[in-house]
Design a protein around this ligand. Structure first.
Ligand code: ZN
Length: 224
C-alpha cells in the first residue's frame, strides 16, 4: 500500500502534473525551447513533447503543462497517419496549444527517400513547407522522429546548416543533451534512467522529452 501523500512515479497524468509542480517548487523554470533560448535560467528544464500519432493527446498535455505554470514545445509531424496537420480540427488544436503559451515546431522524418525515392534533403524541405503552411509562420526549430532508425543526428545537423537562414535549433543538438544538459526521455514507454520525478534538484539544466501517447488519466487504453 502506498501512503496518500507519497509521490507516485508512474505514467498517470497525476504523477506527471505533480512532477512538474515539484520542479517549479524547487526553483526550476520549465519552458519551451524558445523561451529557454531567449531567457535561460540557472535552474531550467526544457519540456519537449514529440507527437507521433495523436494530436488530441497533445492538447490534453498542453492544458496540464499550462496549469502547472509551465510551457513546453510540441513537435508535430506532417506525415503521421494518426492526424492531418492541415485538417481544420488539427489547426484548431494547434491554435489552442499556442494560445496556452506553448511553442509548436516540426517533428521531422528522415529516410523518406528509402520508400519514396528522391533526395532526403528535398523531402525535408517539403516537410518544412507543409508545416509552415499549417502554422502560417517560419519554422524555428525541429526534432527528429525516430533518430536512431531514420538518419539521426548527422542528418539533423546537415539540415540545420541548410536552413541556417531562419532555423535556430534542433532538439538533439549537443547543447541540449547530456552532459551539457541532463537529457531524459520516456521513449518506448520506458525511462531508462528513472521517472523524471526522481531527478528534481539533481541537475540544474535538463531537457525532458515525453511522448504524450504513453500518459493517461486512468488507464492506458484511453489513448488507443
Ligand atoms: Zn517521434
Amino acid at each position: 500500500m502506498q501512503a496518500a501523500n507519497e509521490p507516485r512515479f508512474d505514467y498517470s497524468f497525476e504523477s506527471y502534473a505533480d512532477t512538474l509542480r515539484a520542479y517549479r517548487e524547487a526553483g526550476y523554470e520549465v519552458t519551451s525551447f524558445d523561451t529557454y533560448l531567449r531567457e535561460p535560467s540557472a535552474r531550467h528544464m526544457i519540456l519537449r513533447h514529440d507527437i507521433d500519432n495523436s494530436i488530441e493527446q497533445a492538447l490534453r498535455v498542453a492544458y496540464i503543462d499550462a496549469e502547472a505554470g509551465c510551457s513546453s514545445t510540441f513537435f508535430l509531424r506532417v506525415h503521421a497517419r494518426g492526424y492531418n496537420l492541415l485538417s481544420l480540427q488539427s489547426m484548431q488544436i494547434l491554435q489552442e496549444i499556442e494560445e496556452l503559451g506553448h511553442e509548436v515546431q516540426l517533428h521531422l522524418e528522415g529516410g523518406l527517400g528509402e520508400w519514396l525515392g528522391g533526395d532526403n534533403l528535398q523531402w525535408a524541405d517539403r516537410q518544412r513547407a507543409a508545416f509552415e503552411a499549417a502554422v502560417g509562420r517560419p519554422m524555428r526549430g525541429f526534432s527528429s522522429h525516430e533518430p536512431a532508425r531514420m538518419g539521426g543526428l548527422e542528418f539533423a545537423n546537415q539540415l540545420l546548416d541548410r536552413w541556417s537562414d531562419s532555423v535556430d535549433y534542433h532538439a538533439y543538438q549537443e547543447r541540449f543533451m547530456t552532459p551539457q544538459m541532463k537529457y531524459l526521455s520516456d521513449s518506448s514507454g520506458r525511462w531508462r534512467e528513472g521517472h523524471f520525478g526522481l531527478w528534481v534538484g539533481k541537475e540544474p539544466l535538463m531537457q525532458v522529452l515525453t511522448h504524450p501517447f504513453w500518459w493517461f488519466e486512468k488507464v492506458p487504453a484511453e489513448n488507443y
